[in-house]
Design a protein. Structure first.
Length: 458
């Protein structure tokens, strides 16, 4: 077991160090990364979570969640501000998550299959190439894998011995929530899996992990109440995002916000977001069917094709990462991920338990959709293949919660992501936190998943 963890650690470290050396100094922060970089630099210089405007005014900020800039500021203080320090932080989190992924796979598979699963997750090109990006999605994926390992650790302990691990799980999800607020959805899901011995225990686990995550966020919420005039949990951009996916002419993808008339004279950051949210809810109420009909397009935008890393690298420095390199990387990423996705579908189809024929039928449909996008070269059908994972786990019934943590947590990763972006809007980078779970699950296609967690300590 130690050898498997060591190999996962060495391979993940070597791959990430190679990417970091290649990218060092070549890819400055761009897109949303520019704002994370500026905010982190101000935090590192002791200027608080504030924004300096061209006219010299300085205001408190909350549009972007604080978690990632706060973590970046620590790296900036140690290594100096810039994308290179961000890459070093991403490297450390990625290596830790790779070992956690091995432990999660070991709970569900034999030693060799667990190692293969961990290596597939560690070398997932979508996340590996995203390491130089000053962005949040890969960080969220790594934090969720660490949280998943804490689920395994909690389940292997009984009585009071489980409570510290359950608290640590809440803290991990709280940290992920400060990076991406929608991560809070994972708190009750992961908590219920961590204490899955009875219905009462599941409710207790969900409640305690959610409470711990909220405690982690509480100081930041209090800061908003005092400084922003709005007691938002983490950030004040929910109204913006809802309007993007609900305004007339919305396509399901990201688009610049068309400012409603009633919001054009509102300049306070929190009040403007509230105004946007009210306008979005009004548009939904006026045409609820039109808004609901966009859900498949939002899911397609999220799951059909990620491409976040090639897009970011090309946008940051076209000279160092050409359009041709972007296209090639996109092909490699898509083929690699679709292969893992098909493996994950058949891993669930092969798993011992009820309704195997129904699960096999869903695996056939999902595999056809996953592979059709590669054959037709338009990446279509990926969202159907991803969503097929959720009912396949649901078909296991009570067996799902008693299965190795990887099984229900994979469904949670895909299902929660789909739920959030069906409501707001879709973009390929938002699916990245689900990728490691799919990669780990794929090994079950060749080495059947255990019907219950393995008992060896991690």
């Amino acid at each position: 077991m130690r050898r498997g963890a060591a190999i996962a650690l060495i391979v993940a470290s070597a791959a990430r160090v190679a990417v970091l050396v290649w990218a060092w100094g070549r890819f400055p922060a761009t897109a949303d990364g520019h704002y994370y970089d500026v905010l982190a630099d101000r935090l590192a210089r002791g200027l608080g979570y504030t924004w300096a405007w061209p006219d010299g005014a300085v205001t408190y900020a909350a549009h972007y969640p604080v978690g990632y800039p706060a973590a970046l500021s620590i790296a900036y203080r140690a290594l100096g501000s810039g994308a290179a320090a961000a890459g070093a932080l991403n490297l450390l989190l990625g290596v830790a998550a790779s070992v956690a992924g091995w432990a999660l796979a070991r709970d569900a598979l034999g030693p060799r299959a667990a190692l293969a699963a961990a290596l597939a997750a560690a070398l997932e090109p979508a996340l590996l190439l995203y390491q130089p990006a000053v962005m949040t999605e890969a960080v969220t994926a790594h934090l969720l894998l660490l949280a998943a390992w804490l689920v395994v650790a909690t389940r292997r302990r009984a009585g009071r011995a489980a409570w510290p691990w359950l608290a640590a799980l809440g803290v991990a999800i709280g940290a992920a929530t400060l990076v991406r607020p929608q991560s809070l959805l994972f708190a009750p899901l992961f908590g219920a899996v961590a204490l899955s011995t009875s219905a009462r225990a599941r409710v207790l686990g969900a409640a305690l992990v959610t409470a711990a995550a909220l405690v982690v966020c509480a100081p930041w919420t209090a800061r908003h109440c005092a400084r922003m005039g709005a007691c938002a949990l983490v950030s004040v951009n929910g109204g913006w995002n809802l309007l993007i996916g609900a305004a007339p002419g919305a396509t399901g993808h990201w688009a610049p916000v068309g400012v409603p008339d009633e919001c054009k004279t509102v300049f306070d950051e929190a009040k403007k977001d509230a105004c946007f949210g009210a306008a979005a809810r009004r548009d939904i109420a006026r045409a609820p069917l039109a808004w609901l009909s966009l859900a498949p397009k939002k899911l397609a935008a999220t799951f059909d094709y990620a491409g976040a890393a090639p897009y970011y690298l090309h946008a940051s420095n076209p000279g160092a990462f050409s359009y041709r390199a972007k296209a090639r990387a996109a092909v490699v990423e898509t083929v690699f991920h679709r292969a893992l996705l098909v493996g994950a579908l058949w891993a669930l189809a092969r798993m011992a338990g009820p309704r195997r024929r129904a699960r096999a039928a869903l695996a056939v449909v999902g595999s056809a959709c996953a592979l059709a996008g590669i054959v037709t070269r338009d990446a279509a059908g990926g969202w159907i293949a991803h969503l097929a994972l959720v009912p396949m786990v649901a078909l296991l019934g009570r067996r799902a919660l008693g299965a190795p943590s990887l099984v229900p947590l994979s469904a949670a990763a895909v299902g929660a992501t789909a739920l959030v972006h069906a409501v707001f809007f879709g973009a390929g980078r938002y699916s990245l936190p689900a990728f490691p779970f799919i990669a780990l699950l794929a090994a079950g296609a060749v080495s059947p998943l255990a019907s219950s967690p393995r008992g060896e300590p991690t």
